[in-house]
Design a protein around this ligand. Sequence first.
Ligand SMILES: NC(=O)c1ccc[n+]([C@@H]2O[C@H](COP(=O)([O-])OP(=O)(O)OC[C@H]3O[C@@H](n4cnc5c(N)ncnc54)[C@H](OP(=O)(O)O)[C@@H]3O)[C@@H](O)[C@H]2O)c1
Length: 187
Amino acid sequence: MAKLIYYAISSLDGYIEDAYGKFDWAEPDEEVHAFVNDLVRPVGTYLFGRRMYETLVFWERPPDLATQPPFVQDFAEIWQRADKIVFSKTLQTVASAKTRIERDFDPEAVRQLKATAARDLTVGGPELAAQAIEAGLVDEYQLFLVPVVVGGGKPSLQDRNVRVNLELLHERRFHNGTVYLHYRART
Ligand SMILES: NC(=O)c1ccc[n+]([C@@H]2O[C@H](COP(=O)([O-])OP(=O)(O)OC[C@H]3O[C@@H](n4cnc5c(N)ncnc54)[C@H](OP(=O)(O)O)[C@@H]3O)[C@@H](O)[C@H]2O)c1
């Protein structure tokens, strides 16, 4: 059975984007980026909300990729290799290969996907992830806490009145002050 992982880069006060819709403060440096690359390398399928997809589809054809540092090129290759499922009622076409659109989030279909997938899956952004968390489908949380308080914005973990008890599997601190927390949902 493949795992479904919620992965997010968040401010210390728990926001994935600030009140202005910005998340430039979350941009990983080389050390964090290389670590993220290794985390997502084994993932077979990304489940994206439409907004997260629209941000990350940049990686399908990054400009001047050949002149970028190796860790950036590495991430682009990892992104391009994975399958993507985009959840959206409005998106008409996709701008990446290996990508399909789903019009509804059907927990049973995702459960089936986990049961049959050969490799793990991730889910993001927070609006879509909240539905997977609510349905009890998220097995692990991989959170990066960036050393900034932004004071408001979009929570990385939405308020859904769902309680999930967690077991800490790993943690890591980076030179830029970012902390990685890896939890497993207790059943
Ligand atoms: N901190 C970071 O490092 C970082 C990195 C990248 C992005 N971000 C930010 O994170 C944001 C994305 O997170 P988000 O929580 O705002 O959005 P999201 O979960 O990525 O996407 C929300 C959208 O997904 C679709 N959707 C959600 N549930 C659905 C359902 N049950 N059925 C069908 N479609 C469904 C809807 O699209 P439709 O409206 O098309 O129906 C909805 O508007 C980005 O916009 C960006 O600002 C932060």
